[in-house]
Design a protein around this ligand. Sequence first.
Ligand code: HEM
Length: 149
Amino acid sequence: MTDLVLAIAHHLLVFALAAILAFELALVRPGLAGADLKRLGMIDLHYGLVAGLILAVGFARVFLGVKGPDAYLGNWVFWAKIAAFLVVGVLSVQPTIRIAGWRRAAKAEPGFALSTEQAASVRGFIVAELAIFALIPALAAAMARGYGL
Ligand code: HEM
């Protein structure tokens, strides 16, 4: 039962993170301002929350799941999956810093709107995050079937 609940939570959180990234990519465009910029800040906060929960639930699956930690901890595909997830996390740092800066600028200057350069600088990071994120389910499927042991 624990294994099932953790598996369901894991999938839902992973879909939530994919949705967050897609939503951020849709919002970060030249001209972004006002309420939408505020929304972007809120979504970005949730990114950190959901990523933290994925880590917690993922490691709960390792230690409390039916297969037990030996099925994962010595598996290089498992570690490749964790590394890919960490790379996505590292790539998310710059967007978070820039988004916080834009929100500060919008508070100081009511007419603030994103320039083409500002939007492009963050969109590149989000596209890279999505590309690496897309590799993770492939690694997960291989690892779940014992590849890498
Ligand atoms: C970094 C923290 C993570 C940890 C520790 C973790 C751990 C796990 C574990 C233990 C399983 C069970 C595999 C099995 O049935 O033997 C699993 C399955 C899975 N994980 Fe993760 N995971 C993490 C992040 C992610 C992320 C970010 C994604 C998606 C982008 C993801 C996608 C999946 C999928 C699709 C499965 C099901 C694989 C299958 O049964 O074919 N995981 N994960």
